[in-house]
Write a protein that binds this ligand. Structure first.
Ligand code: ZN
Length: 395
């Protein structure tokens, strides 16, 4: 590899003609070492680049012992190779990562909060700040201060310095990776920040487009601050707009009334649930008495919109009134069929055997203990056959 890889020399290079120097395999994953590369290996909180080498997909890129390993979807031969980045992914990472430099610098210089960690997630990013808490007003000021630096279109540049020269530089965060040898890469945001970094950056802060702070979360000894930058901010706003449009249709209310409209619906739901439970409590006793008075030994019934708790309560009521009976109850709940087979104390029904037979006929999953067997079925179409089978068993 040339002294500095292409992703460090020119982060805007999205393709490259180079050479595969060596190929190998690690735990069944083929990898290639290249003469030069545009693929950024995972590091510094920034995920690796993806893309293609020839017509083979690059699945992962890691730096190991000073070498960049490109893990491939299939083996490739040594020799000339054409590299092509998934540029959408890379540019997104450049926006989030350069955004982080700026956010960290502004948080430190204007609020005295130092950044202790950075995560670039698939949907949102976060930095960890050594601030015990951050108020909504402070968040607003921080976001505004970052926006001012985005509007200022501050130039972002990288240069390499010797270890000796590095000591003279006003670098924000000291500390080099273990085993570091050779020149050190410094990344400058003109007038705002100077830091050591091996990552990929935008040309100027204007390309961040916008950085939106999303909220905070307390962590041990500090605060995690969530944000999105660039295209992510626009896509996230787009998703919010789409969701709001659906909510406006569902609730029949404009944006500013969505929350009160939803609260009214939830209150109504709670009232109806309470009323439904009360009615069920009253109904189950009547239903149990009526079914216990039936002449047949096997009492069977199908009920609409009842859950297993109701079926169990009903079965207990019937069998308390007539312990010689057995009950077979079915219901539909949440788009699914449920069944309960239960026998009274002096019933002669072999519940485990009958339960298994019923489950097999209904194509259901079920189980039980002693004189009770219950289960779930995607359909109750074979209910009549299940009843006939139980009657044939002598009930
Ligand atoms: Zn960086």
């Amino acid at each position: 590899m040339t002294s500095f890889p292409a992703y460090e020399r020119d982060p805007y290079a999205s393709s490259l003609e180079t050479c595969i120097l060596r190929v190998g395999e690690e735990k069944g994953r083929p990898f290639a070492i290249l003469e030069d590369t545009v693929f950024y290996p995972e590091g510094g909180g920034q995920p690796c680049d993806l893309g293609m080498i020839g017509d083979v997909a690059v699945m992962d890129v890691q730096k190991l012992e000073g070498e960049v390993r490109h893990y491939l979807g299939a083996r490739l031969p040594e020799g000339p190779a054409t590299l092509k980045l998934d540029w959408g992914r890379r540019f997104d990472h450049m926006q989030q990562h350069t955004g982080q430099h700026l956010l960290t610098a502004v948080a430190q210089d204007q609020f005295k909060w130092a950044t202790t960690a950075f995560h670039l997630g698939p949907a949102v990013c976060d930095i960890e700040l050594d601030a015990p808490s951050i108020s909504p007003a402070e968040l607003e000021r921080l976001e505004e201060a970052v926006a001012a630096e985005v509007r200022a279109r501050r130039e972002v540049s990288a240069r390499w310095v010797s270890v000796e020269a590095y000591g003279q530089e006003a670098v924000r965060s000291r500390g080099l990776p273990e085993g570091h040898a050779g020149d050190i890469r410094l990344v400058l945001i003109a007038g705002v920040d100077l830091n050591t970094c091996g990552g990929t950056h935008l040309r100027h802060t204007g390309e961040i487009e916008a950085l939106k702070l999303l909220g905070t979360e307390s962590i041990r000894g500090g605060t995690r601050l969530f944000y999105v930058a660039g295209g992510r901010a626009r896509r996230r706003l787009g998703a919010h707009e789409q969701r709001n449009a659906t909510l406006r249709t569902l609730l029949g209310a404009p944006d500013e009334d969505l929350i009160p409209a939803l609260q009214i619906k939830l209150d109504q739901l709670l009232t109806l649930e309470r009323r439904g439970r009360k009615l069920e409590e009253e109904l189950v006793d009547y239903q149990a008495a009526a079914m216990a008075a039936r002449p047949e030994t096997l009492v069977e019934a199908h009920l609409e919109c009842r859950d297993m708790a109701y079926l169990q309560k009903l079965a207990r009521g019937i069998l308390a009134a007539d312990p010689a009976k057995a009950v077979f109850l079915t219901a539909e709940t949440g788009g699914q069929g449920i069944f309960l087979l239960s026998a009274g104390e002096v019933s002669t029904l072999d519940v485990p055997t009958a339960g298994k037979a019923v489950a097999a006929i209904l194509g259901a999953k079920g189980g039980g203990a002693g004189k009770s067997f219950q289960g779930k079925a995607s359909s109750l179409l074979a209910r009549k056959q299940a009843v006939a089978a139980m009657l044939a068993m002598g009930q």
